[in-house]
Write a protein that binds this ligand. Structure first.
Ligand SMILES: [Ca+2]
Ligand SMILES: [Ca+2]
Length: 140
């Protein structure tokens, strides 16, 4: 019985070492538990472009969809579509707005992505956002 226990223990240890060896190269060297946050959201002077600045570089994960984001505005209405333009894998993501936002409108940003939608470079997801305030710089 004792011999069997030792044999089993050796098997588990060996399996563990083999696993550690094969998975070692894909494990991140530097683990990060930081959660990317939205620092600012701005509508440009043209009223057609929206820029989100995150606290760190953010990428579009496997479940990302433009529909995960929308803007709710006082005149243009709720759920204005956003279409990704540029900035993937950086802090600053630029989107086209489905409707031209007029000067003086009040807008908020919603983000409701599935797991692995927007995430940082360590795959930590951006948390859901409800009505983050948008700075409207439109002159239209
Ligand atoms: Ca909305
Ligand atoms: Ca993730």
């Amino acid at each position: 019985m004792k011999k069997l226990t030792i044999t089993l223990l050796m098997l588990v240890l060996t399996a563990g070492l083999v696993l550690a060896k094969s998975w070692g190269p894909v494990l991140p060297v530097k683990l990060s538990w930081s959660i990317p946050r939205v620092k600012s959201v701005t509508i440009a002077a043209d009223g057609d472009t929206l820029t989100i600045v995150f606290s760190e570089a953010v990428t579009q994960g496997s479940a990302y969809d433009d529909a995960d984001l929308d803007a709710d505005c006082s005149t243009a209405g709720n759920d204005v579509a956003l279409t990704y333009s540029s900035g993937d894998e950086t802090k600053t993501h630029v989107y086209g707005l489905g409707v031209t936002i007029a000067t003086g409108e009040t807008c908020n940003l919603d983000f409701n992505g599935d797991i692995n939608s927007l995430e940082n470079m360590d795959s930590n997801d951006v948390a859901a956002i409800v009505s983050a305030s948008i700075t409207n710089s439109s002159t239209q």
